[in-house]
Structure formats: C-alpha cells, structure tokens
Design a protein around this ligand. Structure first.
Ligand code: DGL
Length: 257
C-alpha cells in the first residue's frame, strides 16, 4: 500500500480529462494536478521548450511527494527526451493503445502541431491498424481556445478549418490525440455529427495503475486531491468543481513552494 498522491501534468486544463477517469475508476487514490496554463499552448512551441517546461513541472510534482506521474498531455509525452521517464518514480506517457470501431476505413489523428510533428501517434496506429487509412490533422489554436473557455462555435470553426485543410472531412473515426479535445465534444460533433471519437484517457490510466499494482502501490484511500494552475483560475476553478466537486484549487509559480 502507498497512500502518496499520483501526480498529473498538463499544459493546462486538458489533463483534467485524464484525472477525471482516474478519479472515477480509482476514487481511493489522491491526486496532485498541475496545469501550466500560463504557458499554454505547448503545442505551438519548440521541442526544447516543451521538454524544459516539463522538467519544471516534474520537479514540482516530485516536491509534492507523488508516487507516480501521469503525463496527461500528448504534446509533452512525445516531445520529452528519453531521460524524462527515468528516475525515482514511474513516469507514464499518454497511451497510444487505442481501439477503433469495427469497419473503420479512414481515421483522423487530431493533435497539436507539436505532437503531429513527432508522428508518434501515426507510427503506432498504422502498425496496429494497417488496413485503415490514417490522416494527421494538426489543429492550430484548438487547445488554446479550449483552455481559454471559448465557445463551441469558435472551437468548431477551427476544427473545421484544420479538417478541411488536411483532407479529414471523410473520416469514419477520430482519435483525440490531445487531452484538451475531450473537453469540447460538441465542437467536434458540429463538424463530424456521426463520427465516433476515441479518447485514450482510460488506457493511459490503466497503464499507470498496472505499474502501481505490481509494486503494491495502490492507496487505501482517505486522501485529498489538489489542483494547481500557473495562471488565473477563472476558467480552471469552475471546471475542476464541475468535474471533481469541491477541491483545493490554487495558483502556483512552480518554484516558490
Ligand atoms: N493537452 C495537450 C495535449 O494533450 C496540449 C495542449 C497544448 O497545446 O498546450 O497535447
């Protein structure tokens, strides 16, 4: 048994979609969540910058005495350098191990420009589903719009623009390869009314919990969840409340704890 919290990191509110699944499936676990909203979006930054910011978040979470870190962000997961996942606690990347509806012929990978540049998702799913035609759709501005709480029409116009530009309008399944996107399902539905979208939050959480199980590292419960953001809480705090009920939400500058 290990009652220490699980650390969860993202560039902002998107990682809450992974935290939500962890909380629903494993309510006895405590979480320390960090969303780097002040420097969002990461998906339009360089690899070096993303990797440097990720190290700062990791240090913050380690100071909070976490037993494991879930990288609840695809952009961070596939832009950090290999040393990032080595250390004193397990560091788990976003899972690429999605499932697809039967009969899928053409599918779209919707992600930030920085994630698409790595081709990590495409390389993996092409191997797993060789008979599916995969299109990569870098979604400029979508994560930032969700982060800022923009309305559904604004977000769906950005999705529509990206889908058109990258020839994804004829897909029969979509892969949300950015954790912000499941916070705006309606915006995707407007562009793709009958297309199912796949969220990899569950396989990500399960991959992490499998590691803890093997180490006898599950919690007995009784802990509490803490949510930190590096920028104003006007959008993040109500969202946390809606998803998790009353919880501690604080602003941090990452270093001065
Ligand atoms: N939520 C992040 C992801 O999964 C990225 C959002 C951003 O651009 O900062 O890729």
């Amino acid at each position: 048994m290990d009652n220490r919290p699980i650390g969860i990191m993202d560039s902002g509110v998107g990682g809450l979609t992974v935290a939500r699944v962890l909380h629903e499936r494993y309510p006895k676990e405590s979480m320390v969540f960090l969303g780097d909203s002040a420097r969002n979006p990461y998906g339009e930054r360089s690899r070096d910058e993303i990797a440097r910011f990720a190290e700062e978040i990791k240090d913050f979470l380690l100071r909070k005495n976490v037993k494991m870190i879930l990288i609840a962000c695809n952009t961070i997961s596939f832009n950090v350098y290999p040393s990032f996942t080595k250390g004193t606690v397990p560091v788990v990347k976003m899972s690429l191990d999605i499932t697809l509806p039967e009969g899928t012929k053409k599918a779209g990978i919707f992600a930030t420009p920085a994630s698409i540049k790595t081709h990590a998702h495409k390389k993996y799913v092409e191997k797993k589903f060789p008979h599916v035609e995969w299109v990569e759709v870098p979604c400029d501005g979508v994560a930032a719009a969700i982060e800022q709480g923009k309305d559904e029409n604004f977000i769906s116009a950005l999705v529509q623009k990206a889908a058109k530009e990258y020839h994804a309008l004829g897909i029969d399944a979509g892969y949300w390869a950015c954790t912000h996107y499941p916070l705006a399902p309606g915006a995707f539905k407007k562009v793709f009314p009958d297309v199912p979208f796949i969220d990899p939050a569950l396989p990500t959480v399960e991959a992490g919990m499998d590691i803890l199980r093997k180490e006898d590292g599950l919690s007995e419960g009784g802990g509490r969840n803490e949510f930190y953001f590096t920028d104003g809480l006007t959008h993040a705090a109500p969202l946390v409340k809606r998803l998790f009920g009353p919880a501690a939400v604080e602003k941090t500058n990452l270093v001065g704890e």
